[in-house]
Write a protein that binds this ligand. Structure first.
Ligand code: SF4
Length: 342
């Protein structure tokens, strides 16, 4: 168990390219992120030695304790995990009542190795947990989740990103009075919620805020991906704001995001002193940013986007790559908790 008094304090920065260096092994994110994406094997999808997800950082990993899930949000319509592991590879059946599939013990040993490597390098890489499932899925045996929490606690040099579409389950599932000490949220975990539109933000922001107050994760974050509408934030917005457009998955055709929705979240992040990260534009890009052929979609406000494919659409917004990361600094108690953000 990490001593919470010595736990990493959160220091947030709006622009991270330099500030993020302490836990990124001294490598400039801008240069690393310019490396081309490549197709990953099935094994890599599950074992996640390296990940191309920008918000895990250049040394980021993904870890899947199990596979399988049920769709619970409009953001799940184009679930890439289902398209991959159910439709394409037939590894697990998706949906309510279907068995989740725990990954192999050899996979569960990977984070222990990453932790040793991080300790030697003096780094704290991010680990995106459960890209092929949801940690707080009601249909998962709680013993599996407790095993996962034990693993997270055994790897204090890793920063675990627990992103869920079931943020309303987190307090209950991490209640030690109810479920015993193994249910305790590990001190090196950050908790995030996916929020695709204003309705989901309004429904879930206070649930995430309550997790921040009552469980004291390293930090909180929200993934506005796929962003399906304009979202107005408030003072209860999480520490880290991530945006992204949708990509095609199997037969699911990506819905366009209005670049103005991204801009509004970027600008509100600045006003509220939240860290901002724009992951990708999705399959569609503003006609003013990408030239060439492609279907045009016009939003009610008159803005046009063109379907150019995710590679061409890229991840810049108004010509800028927004690579904000929460920065962690090991701190003694009283050195500042990073909560006075402005
Ligand atoms: S919560 Fe995530 S893994 Fe589960 S169905 Fe939705 S998008 Fe897929």
């Amino acid at each position: 168990m990490l001593d919470r008094a010595l736990a990493a304090a959160l220091i947030l920065a709006r622009l991270s390219a330099d500030i993020a260096l302490p836990f990124m092994g001294g490598m400039k994110p801008a240069r690393l992120f310019s490396q081309p994406f490549r197709a990953a094997s099935l094994r890599e999808f599950v074992m996640g030695e390296h990940t191309t997800i920008s918000w895990t950082g250049p040394n980021g990993k993904t870890f899947n304790p199990w596979m399988g899930c049920t769709k619970v949000s409009p953001a799940c319509d184009g679930c890439y995990a289902e398209a991959l592991m159910d439709t394409r590879y037939g590894k697990v059946s998706w949906g309510r009542g279907e068995d989740r599939k725990r990954t192999a013990p050899s996979n569960w040993r990977q984070p222990l190795r990453w932790n040793r490597q991080a300790a030697e390098a003096g780094a704290r890489p991010f680990v995106f947990c459960a890209s092929l499932a949801d940690v707080f899925d009601n249909e998962v045996d709680e013993v599996w989740r407790h095993d996962l929490f034990d693993l997270i606690e055994a790897t204090p040099h890793l920063v675990w990103l627990l992103l869920t579409k079931r943020i309303g389950n987190v307090l209950r599932m991490t209640d030690v009075m109810r479920h015993g000490s193994r249910a305790r949220l590990p001190a090196n975990a950050a908790v995030g919620a996916t929020m695709a539109n204003q309705e989901e933000y309004d429904r879930d922001r206070m649930k995430l805020w309550a997790v921040k107050q009552d469980r004291e994760p390293l930090f909180t974050f929200a993934s506005f991906e796929p962003l399906l509408g304009l979202v107005i934030l408030d003072r209860h917005a999480p520490d880290w704001i991530i945006t992204g457009g949708e990509t095609d998955q199997g037969h699911h055709r990506a819905r366009p995001s209005n670049p103005q929705w991204f801009r509004r979240l970027r600008d509100q992040s600045a006003e509220l002193c939240r860290v901002y990260h724009h992951k990708q534009n999705g399959e569609w890009a503003s006609v003013s940013e990408v030239e060439g052929p492609g279907e045009i979609f016009t939003f009610p406000d008159g803005r046009n986007v063109r379907r150019v494919g995710k590679r061409k659409a890229g991840r810049t917004l108004d010509g800028v790559t927004y690579d904000g990361f929460p920065t962690l600094a090991v701190s003694l108690k009283g050195e500042g908790d990073g909560r006075d953000l402005c």
